[in-house]
Design a protein. Sequence first.
Length: 575
Amino acid sequence: MVNAKVALFCAVLLNFASYAQQNSFKTRFEISNKTESASYFEGIKWWNKLDSAFSEVRMQEFGMTDAGYPLQIVTLSSTSTDWKTNKNKSVILINNAIHPGEPDGVDASMLLFRDILFKHQQLLDSCFIVCIPYYNIGGALNRNNHSRANQLGPVEYGFRGNAQNLDLNRDFVKCDSRNAQSFAKLLQLLDPDVYIETHVSNGADYRYNITYLSTQPDKIGGVMGTYLRFNFIPGLEKKMATKNNEMVPYVNHHSGPLLDSYTTFYDSPRYSSGLTTLHSIYGFITETHMLKPFEIRVISTFDYLLSSIEYCSEHSSEIKQSRQEQKHAIANAKSFALDWKLDETTFNKMKFKGYEHGYKKSKVTGANRLYYDRSKPITKSMDYYGYMIASKERNKPKAYLLKRGFVDVEERLRWNNVALQELTKDTVIEVVSYLIYAFDTKETAYEKHYFHSNSLYTADTISWTFRKGDYLIKTGTDKDRFVVEMLEPDGPDSYFNWNFFDAILQQKEWYSPYVFEDKAAEYLRNNNTLNQQFLAKKEKDKDFANNARAQLHWVYTQSQNYEKEHRRLPIFRIE
């Protein structure tokens, strides 16, 4: 009896000590009665304190950001905080404050790490967790209480633009920011099995506290796409429902009332979940609802993060096996889908919990305005169009060749763990060459670029002299899909479309018409085939026939005087 009392007393003391220690790690969110989010400096101080108190936690710097502060990462592991010793566990990377005005994940991640340490350490037996507390540090430092016009709390928050005023949620391929450059290297070092990014949504009103975006199942395809659609996503939805936080796919709807359908999100590689597709990583984005109180949003994000880690803990071997199979399939694939469109014929029926909507006269404009009536909740049948189909495909070459000198492209390929092999001598190689002859360009700047689209080109087999130091990029690796989408000019987020090759679009040499007239005449006289083409073009094209300048320029572009580099993409295919 005495021993039993002693044991009980010791247990009470241990529980009290545990409670006291846990209480010493209260967050700004809790101290403020769940109305405030931790500022950057306050948050970093909290994470450093957690690091000092627990051997399972390690905080370290990884690269630099545009704000002049290093990118901090925090690891959580039951064994070693060195990633190399945890390869057999599910590696989960959580990224917060990419939009610091949407800080729910900042505070939820603090609660998550603390609660795992005190309540759920068994999850670390099969999971290695890495957190970026503040990705957009520049935006986190630019705090205010008014820039999120549609959002309910917290009291203060950061700003969407980073120190360069870039939206980092569009920067994952072009990597204009040092944040994205550091992130690209981190992603390749960790090679996480699951990537989670936390956000707050805009758009229609409905009853769900949280929605989610995933790597689009059809786009990632293969064994991962199947597992994602039929196992991973349903498993997460079930776990969230048991926590009384039912969720649905992100409501991709921003104009007019939400009626009876909505569609999946097209996550091109500029977004994180599109980039993770190209690296065979399961990508997820949380979207808490802007009009729910900050307290509810943080708890919903916490529930999602915990549910994800629980699922990864229970299915670690399946997740890792599916990724290994996918990587092998990528390396051995003959072709890839290059672009996608919505499948408008396939949808799932779902019971959607929303609100009735209506219209009333605006107090500002006097016109009718939309509103959702929260006093009238409804559950209605909704068609969710969650499937995509390939709209463009491309065969994979044996290798690409990249002319040396395009340093920005070289760096981005290396950051994404693509091997560049230098040629050791000048070599003539038969290649497929792309000549760009048409494209559209945005008339206004978009994230520091005048983005191209709808690129048209000719593909000709030619012999080209490559110089010592030019780069050979062999295919046959798990990076092939990334390489193809970045280097093919009509990839939706290709390096060409992001303006990295714009120098080739400008002609560098020219001619004086009065001098070239005699050369042009001689050229046509000595080349009967070309002369026949010239006459035929004048016959068929009356505008051309009446434009002496256009005729002379046409002959110039067919002559040896015309620079062969003009509009020729400095990327070549070896078939």
